[in-house]
Design a protein around this ligand. Sequence first.
Ligand SMILES: [Zn+2]
Ligand SMILES: [Zn+2]
Ligand SMILES: [Zn+2]
Length: 686
Amino acid sequence: MMDLIIVESPTKAKTIQKFLGNDYKVMSSFGHVRDLPKRELGVDVDKNFEPKYVVPVKAKKVIAQLKKDAKAADQVILATDQDREGESISWHLMEALKLKDPKRIVFHEITKTAIDEALLHPGKIDMNLVNAQQARRVLDRIVGYKLSPFLWKKINKGLSAGRVQSVAVRLVVEKEREIQKFVPTEYWQVEALLKKDAVEFSAFLIKKDGNAIEKLGIKNKEHADAILKDLENATYQIEKIEKKETKKNPLAPFTTSTLQQSAWQKFHFPAKMTMSVAQKLYEQGYITYHRTDSLNLSQTSLIAAKEFITKSFGPKYSTGFKIYKAGKNAQEAHEAIRPTDAHKNPESLKSDLEGAQLKLYTLIWQRFIASQMVPAIFDATSIEITAGNYSFGTNGQMLSFDGFLKVYPMKFSENEFPPLQEKEILELVSVTPSQHFTEPPARYNEATLIKALEKHGIGRPSTYAPTLSTIQARNYITKDDQKRFIPSEMGFLVNDMLVANFPQVVDIEFTATMEKELDEIAEGKDTWQKTCRDFYEPFAKNLKEKYDQVLKENTDIKTDKICPKCQKPMIEKLGRFGRFYACTGFPDCKHTESIQKDASGQAVTINITCPKCKTGQITVKKTKKGKIFYGCGNYPTCDFAAWDEPINEFCPTCNSILVQTKKELIKCSSKTCDYKKDAASDSKIN
Ligand SMILES: [Zn+2]
Ligand SMILES: [Zn+2]
Ligand SMILES: [Zn+2]
């Protein structure tokens, strides 16, 4: 007889088995073993929100095997991940396997030391965490199952609404409206190019009569010209030179959200990809648990970092043990994301990790080591130059000590001035006015949307990536040619309907408060059924009223096209994938045409920028034999081509452009990637 340890993933099982040897049998549940049913609400709102859990078909075999193993074991130890979802998997395992008194162990990292330590202190399943997870699941289910049919009735079949993702869509829609409403303001700058000992440097106009000129202070060309006239024959004299030392501090080690943001900024990994790569690193024992908002660092890791830094760069690079504090929302007793062994530098893992894993590991390792290093030091100079009753200013900096930058490279600029002294007269090379316009706010990208979600308290480490991928999978949000988020026409429409009629469901404050309530359930301060009821009762009442009050949205647009099959007029209809032509003879005539292509099948662009050259427009073309394909308008300079129609969406696994096949299947255009999804599956809820 031996002890049975159950975890949720086969890789994790393998890693733990390797550490423990033959005293234990480590098995995987292959994810969730019970869930709400697919085709019904699965929550009895009249019976205190009792969920009806079912064992999915694919989990039945696993359950049968685990039952056998459990029977043969002395004791069963549940070792699923250490957050609410992990706790919930353990509880479902206990229920499904009918375990009497299973032990529960938790650890931040999959290392021999951590597992041995956890086995010395087994505990019980924490029902507070399980209940917080149940509440999230039930609330999401209620919104998804109750609100989606409303959208089918009032806008279009196949649509869906979701609790957190509808708020994310709202943020993107509101940003787009800000951009649409934005009116650029003209302003001017005046730049003086100055010279000393054959070295030129430039300075910008900053003051008139000793008063600062605001950023938009010079409003037009006339104003700029008048200043230039004032400056004719002026003497450029150095008024003041200020030198000081400035410090740049290292950043805190990673949490889920900052890791997702940095991985996007550095490698353009979508959040979903970052999480799947991090998952692999965690399960193989290279990094600590990757779903966390904590900045805690274990004592052991601090000692190891200090040793590594001192040994590799010398003691003056070590800052001792530096502690970072997380925001007030941080959940449970977690740790920041860091390497499990600081001494394993990326160089030493080159042959063990594949491309994306090595990239992400390197980022995590660098960020952690840097967090324990001293700041970088710059010698900064700021100079003020008078010219008549105007002043010009210029700044520069030179790196004097690299500190943490030795390990975690960050962009900074350096510029040096010639030797200068106060009251010195400079030679003027030229004065140039330049016209500028204020810029609209930037669209969100993967990094900035996650940052905004976290700032508003919407979602938690486990939800950022699924939220982002869901709103794209549902075609409410697409990416522009710079991979920034832009709402689709349907995204605008659904958002506006939700904002007008279900203000609470898409309210940022309300959603953030709901997250806090889930935190309270996790701390045992609230019951999950009460949280569900407080939400459900007003929601259900409002929903009932809205079914009667709200009229069906008419999104049809008249056209002068005539149906080639029945000669009736055709109209433009809005579907989940955008607009298309449909015959008004429906349902007798089911003829439709894609709006991007001519009826004659002539090559037309489909409004998608080529993912390869980033400048050409994707064009519908025909082979010599008449087969349609999609190629780049820049051919022959660019040879991008695909048989299936590219859509404005990118692969969550490898970031290549996705294509839609005629069989309603969306797949990755990369030949080496097998990502695919059912285009119709988006209509399923959850
Ligand atoms: Zn027709
Ligand atoms: Zn191209
Ligand atoms: Zn792919």
